[in-house]
Design a protein around this ligand. Structure first.
Ligand code: ADP
Length: 485
């Protein structure tokens, strides 16, 4: 029988199979962004609790690394089933603390389950090699082994699935993990501890901490027992973690910010492009690293695209994510609103035209109107900065070369999208885009089977696909000599 919502909302951290409070006894409130109400509290843990969690994870690793790939695959299958059986409760918690609609929350939890199932399957395929040897009497083996304790830090925009991409490959590889979910959305992270217990994952393999980001992150990056840091979040914090981890030369995976271009060529199927644009812009109220930051529309199609995008943006139903029919929830907090407002002000001062939206939603709180801005120019802030909110600026371009130049003119390189019906152009543009993810005539492309990861300052490493487990494995070369052959 599925567990109740309350079973997942533990107001405690998980260290070595025990749910405990912070050493100081201090707590932090968790707020529902749609209502402003307090859902509960979480422990405000710091350096000391983190050190203990890492040590217990190391002890558990010593046993867990010796389990067979088949055993780990079976554990992950159980984990998958627990998530599916409790999808509704987990979605409710996610929507309550994060704000996204129940439809999106269910989708995210489904995606978490899909990652776990994928890595249940990949667990058994971490093949090594037997390499043809240059010596007659020696053999060359290449083996893959779990690398040890993994520390994971995740953001508030996908509080469930961002952990799935890290916990599932870690378990599949035979590693143990210490995770720190974002303070705004901790219960979806804490739920992973409960899920692990329900699935029978040995205690100490999954540890969950909440509290001071700088203290927990500081210990995770400094402690030599941690062999890998995996982070999803802002580029600023990612760079800091890379620096901190340099002291003990850890393996690093980073999923950082983006500045996704969405190019609509004159020959595009405009209705398909608008449908993709709505999904790629307003998903999670624009608060994802793969959300479109800049729409680039070719001159001939420009006005029509702007008009149709505005029409469809106006149709979006804004409201409490937990209410039936809501398509767009609130932004995460007041700071997010202030940031969106200042970008709109900057754009209008510089000649941007608000076609629809542009202000706080009449529902109040942190609800914001889906906004389309025409006449976007390169000197506006959102040309360079990640918006992370429901603003759709539309830039104009004349030629294919100009579009590619504009699209690549950023230090980021995560997601990109373009719409064309010309096959030659599709291949040319696909090759030229300096991005880790390219959607051609598609606005939502993430799936567990494919490697997700940015280029340039958007990140290091891949999550998902068969590539996603590699970062949790050490590669060892073994030379066996004296074989008398
Ligand atoms: P966002 O802007 O999406 O909140 P952040 O990078 O600030 O992105 O947050 C992502 C995650 O990184 C969160 O779990 C946050 O608590 C954590 N974090 C923030 N600052 C630090 C830090 N100095 N060290 C380690 N983790 C941090």
């Amino acid at each position: 029988m599925p567990a109740k919502v309350e079973n997942f909302i533990k107001q405690a951290i998980l260290i070595g199979g025990k749910w405990v409070e912070a050493d100081s006894g201090e707590t932090i409130d968790v707020i529902n962004p749609a209502t402003g109400e307090t859902i509960g509290t979480i422990p405000n843990a710091g350096r000391e609790e983190t050190r203990r969690a890492i040590e217990t994870a190391q002890n558990s690793f010593e046993t867990f690394r010796k389990t067979s790939a088949l055993e780990r695959a079976q554990l992950l299958r159980k984990m998958h089933d627990v998530i599916i059986e409790n999808q509704e409760s987990l979605a409710e918690i996610l929507s309550m603390e994060q704000g996204k609609s129940l439809v999106e929350a269910r989708g995210e939890v489904g995606m978490s389950a899909a990652y776990v199932l994928w890595y249940a399957e990949e667990a058994r395929r971490t093949y090594g090699d037997v390499v043809p040897s240059p010596w007659a009497d020696r053999k060359i083996l290449v083996t893959k082994e779990p690398l040890g304790v993994v520390a994971a830090i995740t953001p508030w925009n996908f509080p469930s699935s961002m952990l799935a991409r890290k916990i599932a490959p870690a378990i599949a590889a035979g590693c143990s993990v210490v995770v720190k979910p974002a303070t705004q959305t901790p219960y979806s992270g804490i739920a992973w501890g409960v899920i692990a217990e329900m699935a029978g994952i040995p205690s100490g393999v999954v540890n969950v901490l909440t509290g001071s980001a700088s203290q927990i992150g500081g210990e995770m990056t400094k402690n030599p027992l941690v062999r890998k840091i995996t982070f999803t979040g802002s580029t600023e914090v990612g760079k800091l973690l890379i620096k901190q981890a340099a002291g003990t030369v850890k393996k690093i995976s980073m999923e950082l910010g983006g500045n996704a271009p969405f190019i609509i060529f004159d020959d595009a199927d405009i209705e398909r492009a608008v449908e993709g644009a709505i999904a790629a812009k307003y998903r999670n109220s624009g608060q994802t690293c793969v959300c479109t930051n800049r729409f680039l529309a070719q001159s001939r199609i420009y006005n029509r695209f702007v008009d149709r995008l505005a029409e469809e943006s106006e149709k979006l139903i804004v409201g409490n994510g937990q209410e039936q029919g809501t398509q767009q929830g609130p932004l995460i907090d007041e700071n997010a609103i202030l940031s969106v407002e200042s970008m709109i002000e900057d754009a209008t001062k510089k000649g941007g035209r608000i076609v629809t939206g542009g202000k706080r939603h009449k529902l109040g709180g942190t609800f914001f109107e889906p906004t389309v801005i025409a006449n976007a120019k390169s000197n506006m802030r959102f040309t360079r900065e990640e918006i992370f909110g429901p603003i759709a600026p539309v830039y104009r371009f004349k030629s294919e070369e100009e579009a590619i130049e504009m699209a690549n003119n950023t230090e980021f390189g995560l997601a990109s999208y373009f719409y064309t019906q010309d096959l030659g152009r599709a291949f040319r543009v696909m090759q030229e885009l300096k991005y880790g993810l390219v959607g051609v005539n598609e606005g939502i492309i993430t799936t567990v089977e494919a490697p997700f990861g940015g280029l340039k300052e958007s990140g290091l490493g891949k999550e998902g696909g068969h590539q996603g487990i590699e970062d949790y494995l050490d590669t060892k070369y073994v030379c066996i000599g004296g074989l008398g052959m």
